[in-house]
Ligand binder design. Structure first.
Ligand code: PLP
Length: 449
């Protein structure tokens, strides 16, 4: 990609003049103009290349400009660019069938949305309709989306400025062995105490008022928190005991991120509803949805489902979704993710944990990992405070800058660096990217007490 100063200036001017950006103080941001992308790399207009270890927003599972996805969208656009949701459409139906085939248990129907937040909105709406109850329980360490219900379910600081606080959501602590909220010393203890905590919450909130529990199968942006063995089956059992709908939010971890179609498959649990988006078609055209169990779907056999979207099951988005299934199968993407994760990423991160005093813990599965950074390994004091910004966040900003200067686009959040590259990343790129992080961690090491 050749430098193009004029285009760079024009893109910057239009953006700064007229584009209003997400989650940002508009005068304090400087969005990077991106000229092109291919595979795991994208380029700015100055000729710099960045290896994307964040898959954009952990959605670009098949990388930039995958030829099969591009061709599928082009062909669909030439055939039938759009059709309203009440009609039956070939790619919409095929994608729904293929999703149902890889979903666990009796999750056989799909309601399509435009993304992850609205998938969670509709999952909650279904749970409320089926149970006749209103309350929903979700984790403090969670992100479920930016729209009204989804942001109130969200536990992380993005909720603070948006919380409607209408009493319909209660938050709980999930398992997090490295910073155990339950003073547990083993994973088994953590799982058991986290379940006791959840059951207490259900009982004290009034089990008969609780419609749903929503859980990211592996908590994503808030830490790549892999639940200990037994936790999710325990959640399933609690939901059965109290007649509560179990919603698995797989917006970030579904579609191959951890080497499974759905992350619940890794843990052997079957929720009542699974929400998805991002990796279903790598975000080439916005798409999300809810996979629905037969029991919940049957509730709406004779009662109308009170919800809809003009673009539900958009053919361009669904064509890219069908192509995603074809690529995953032909190129054995799930096997590839498991192999790269266990053979390359895990050993490299464990070696970094040995070498760098700033690394408190590394954890993850497949191509979804977190490096948690601390000032002091014995006290586990985070490298930067929770939700730090400005000067407080300087160590993380410097670390990110070191990665970028070396040609790597990192995913950083609070005191963590996540490793979430496209699932099609080459071995050479993966090794190179990990080496860049390894070297950049020296920036964090300087802050260790
Ligand atoms: N749920 C999870 C776990 C997510 O990570 C996200 C987005 O990052 C969402 C929901 C919201 O998805 P969207 O931004 O497509 O609305």
């Amino acid at each position: 990609q050749l430098p193009d100063a004029a285009a760079d200036a024009q893109v910057r001017a239009d953006d700064r003049g007229h584009v209003f950006h997400s989650w940002s103080a508009q005068a304090k941001i400087d969005p990077m103009p991106v000229a092109a992308g291919e595979g795991s790399t994208f380029w700015d207009y100055q000729g710099n290349a960045y290896l994307d270890f964040s898959s954009q927003l952990v959605n670009l599972n098949l990388g930039h400009q995958h030829p099969d996805l591009v061709a599928a969208i082009q062909q669909q656009a030439g055939r039938l660019a759009t059709i309203q949701p009440i009609m039956a459409n070939d790619v919409r139906g095929e994608l729904a069938r293929r999703i149902a085939e890889v979903a666990p248990g009796d999750l056989d129907k799909v309601f399509f949305t435009n993304g992850g937040a609205d998938a969670n909105e509709y999952a909650v709406r279904m749970a409320r309709a089926v149970t006749g109850r209103r309350k929903v329980l979700s984790m403090y360490r969670s992100y479920h989306g930016g729209t009204a219900a989804a942001i109130s379910l969200t536990g992380d600081p993005r909720r603070w400025a948006n919380d409607p606080s209408d009493g319909s959501v209660a938050h709980f602590f999930g398992p997090y062995a490295y910073r155990s909220p339950f003073h547990a010393t083993t994973e088994a203890e953590e799982a058991q105490r986290a379940l006791e905590h959840l059951e207490n919450l259900i009982v004290l909130e009034g089990a008969a008022t609780v419609a749903a529990v929503i859980i990211e199968t592996i908590v994503g942006t808030n830490g790549v928190l892999v639940p200990p063995a037994g936790y999710l089956p325990g959640v399933r059992a609690l939901c059965d005991k109290y007649g509560i709908v179990y919603i698995a939010d797989e917006v970030m971890v579904g579609f191959g991120r951890i080497g499974e179609w759905f992350a619940v498959n890794h843990f052997g649990v079957t929720p009542d509803l699974i929400t998805f988006a991002k990796g279903v078609n790598s975000g080439y055209v916005p798409l999300g949805g809810v996979v629905i169990s037969d029991r919940i779907a049957a509730h709406f056999d004779d009662v109308a489902f009170a919800g809809g979207l003009t673009y539900s099951g958009h053919p361009l988005a669904c064509a890219a979704g069908v192509a995603t299934f074809e690529v995953f199968e032909r190129d054995a993407i799930l096997e590839r993710v498991r192999d790269l994760g266990s053979r390359i990423v895990e050993p490299a991160l464990r070696a970094m944990a040995e070498r760098h005093p700033s690394v408190g813990e590394v954890r993850g599965v497949g191509l979804f990992w977190a490096i948690e950074l601390v000032r002091d390994a014995s006290t586990r004091e985070p490298l930067v405070p929770f939700n730090a910004s400005g000067p407080d966040a300087a160590p993380m900003a410097e670390l990110a800058a070191a990665c970028k200067a070396a040609g790597l686009w990192p995913f950083t959040h609070f005191n963590r660096v996540h490793v979430a590259p496209p699932l099609v990343i080459t071995e050479e790129e993966l090794v190179r990217g990990l080496a860049i992080i390894d070297e950049a961690l020296e920036v964090a090491d300087r802050y260790v007490a």
